[in-house]
Ligand binder design. Structure first.
Ligand code: GLN
Length: 246
């Protein structure tokens, strides 16, 4: 946390990338820090704002095709996020945010567009739109709890050798390869909206542990634990990834 006492949570382009409540991920991080008596501030960085490289954690949400294209152009013009990632700042990118941080993406069957090049992934247009609930099982690593969220996208995302997936899809589509998302260094990407950090506290606390430099004390929210259990039980019974295959 670079010796600073207040954790600064960068909310990138909230005016473009806020579909399905993804800006709530900033609120979740803020709140989970407050519960540990750690002061924090959300720094909103709308279009036209310079992106500082000095923030503690960065969040990008999803967005419609046109908003995603604008956001990609804005991010490729600015070095701030790249510099932050180079010094190990954690980043969470959801859906359009994941796609535009890659090498290349295609929206609406148009021509491929360059991404910000931070992540070793390429997204092409899938033949069908993926809409619905997703459950994934995290790949071996620091996460153990299933991840849940909602997807609405037309991306087919292939990871390169520098990246590994965040989870294996149990239900839904995710990247369209049987996996969802990406982990590359301290950058995590996923197709899960929700906001994903509200629905998956273990993921929120993983990002925060990277920010703080140590594991955080546990916080148990009784209602949330029950809700997660109900959702998982309900959706586990339904489709598998094979039912969605394109
Ligand atoms: N525009 C992108 C797509 O449809 C991302 C959508 C989203 O962020 N939900 O694939």
């Amino acid at each position: 946390m670079a010796g600073e006492s207040v954790v600064r949570i960068g909310l990138l382009l909230p005016d473009l990338l806020g579909t399905y409540g993804d800006c709530g991920n900033a609120e979740v991080l803020h709140r989970r820090l407050a519960w540990r008596d750690i002061p924090a501030a959300v720094v909103a960085l709308p279009l036209g704002t310079a992106i500082p490289a000095s923030l503690d954690v960065y969040l990008l949400g999803g967005g419609e095709d046109s908003a995603q294209t604008l956001a990609a152009d804005a991010l490729t013009r600015q070095p701030g996020l790249l510099r932050a990632v180079d010094r190990g700042a954690p980043v969470l990118a959801v859906c359009a945010g994941l796609q535009l941080l890659g090498q290349q993406f295609t929206v609406d069957y148009g021509r491929p567009r360059p991404g910000a090049g931070l992540l070793d992934l390429v997204t092409t247009a899938a033949t069908h739109r993926a809409i619905g609930e997703v459950i994934t099982q995290p790949e071996p690593g620091p996460l153990s709890e299933p991840l849940t969220g909602f997807e609405n996208h037309q991306g087919h995302t292939e990871l390169g050798p520098a990246a590994r997936p965040l989870g294996r899809v149990i239900r839904g589509v995710g990247n369209g390869t049987g996996f969802d998302g990406i982990v590359q260094g301290r950058v995590i990407g996923t197709y899960l909206h929700g906001p994903v950090l509200a629905r998956n506290p273990e993921l929120a606390d993983l990002l925060l542990s990277w920010v703080i430099g140590r594991p955080l004390s546990p916080v148990e929210l009784v209602g949330l634990t029950d809700l997660r259990r109900q959702r998982l039980a309900r959706y586990h019974r339904r489709q598998s990834w094979n039912d969605f295959r394109r």
